[in-house]
Design a protein around this ligand. Structure first.
Ligand code: MN
Length: 275
């Protein structure tokens, strides 16, 4: 386990919630200068590969990718996304923190009792064609991810739903819950979804925190935090942040794969917090 990766320096390309949008991921990687090949063929958007492709990725100028999590659910090609991300992490070309969807997907793979809702039903259907060995490898991959990463001399933190300053560099049940779900109250709204608050409005740390989890129309820095989930699976865009350049790049979704119940915006501040 290594949450503390302060000795790892960039440059990094940090990618938002993919949610099974494999074509858009390949397009974004190409835009960032990565070359993905399966067998001896370059992978182009829209192409399906064989059941067990030999993937190879070449990265530009020793850059590495960091995925903010939520690789799975709702989108059309969750197994292909997992194959590519697991390959890149295994080859030392990427880091990945888990999202709440990845965690629930892992529990489903391990035979636990979970509801097939919020896009897990889509992933479950797509996984029917996959081998038992692949399913085991995926569960093991998700299970062994650290819930946040502290990088670049402490200047950069990546966590799926964000993190409180006091949790940076620590590991606990509270830290894990926050990194996966954000600032939740334990209550649910009229759609049955957890009530959330905008923790970023209360962040005052020196480390930049890059996260996803909350689909928003346009990434905007707030107190040294940046959400880069631009809702690709909901017909938005898939976005990357180049670090340390702090440049944003994105590709348009090719379709609206799922309908959004909540509005595309940050949750409200906790009562009494100015915004
Ligand atoms: Mn998500």
């Amino acid at each position: 386990m290594a949450i503390d990766r302060r000795q790892e320096h960039g440059p990094f390309d940090i990618i938002g919630d993919v949610h099974g949008c494999y074509d858009e991921l390949c397009e974004l990687l190409a835009l960032l200068g990565y070359k993905v090949t399966a067998g001896d063929r370059e992978v182009t958007a829209g192409e399906r590969h064989e059941a067990a492709p030999v993937l190879e990725v070449s990265a530009p100028d020793d850059r590495r990718v960091i995925f903010v999590g939520d690789l799975v659910d709702r989108g059309p090609r969750t197994p292909d996304v997992l194959r590519l991300v697991m390959h890149m992490v295994g080859a030392g070309q990427a880091f990945c923190v888990p999202g709440n969807h990845d965690d629930k997907f892992r529990r489903w793979l391990q035979g636990r009792k979970v509801k097939l809702t919020h896009g897990l039903e889509t992933s479950a259907r797509q996984m029917e064609h996959e081998t038992a060995a692949f399913k085991r490898a995926v569960a093991e991959f998700i299970d062994s991810r650290d819930t946040h990463l502290w990088l670049d001399d402490g200047k950069l933190v990546v966590a799926h739903a964000g993190i409180l300053e006091e949790y940076i560099g620590t590991s606990s049940g509270k830290e894990r819950h926050f990194c996966l779900y954000g600032d939740t109250t334990g209550e649910r709204d009229e759609h049955g979804l957890p009530i959330r608050y905008n923790w970023a409005a209360e962040y005052h740390g020196d480390a930049a925190i890059i996260y996803g989890h909350t689909p928003i129309p346009e990434p905007r820095w707030l107190n040294n935090t940046l959400c880069i989930d631009t809702g690709c699976v909901f017909g938005g865009r898939l976005t990357a942040l180049r670090w340390p350049e702090r440049e944003l790049l994105s590709v348009e979704a090719k379709d609206t794969y799922a309908r959004r119940i909540r509005p595309f915006s940050h949750p409200p501040n906790r009562p009494g917090v100015e915004g």
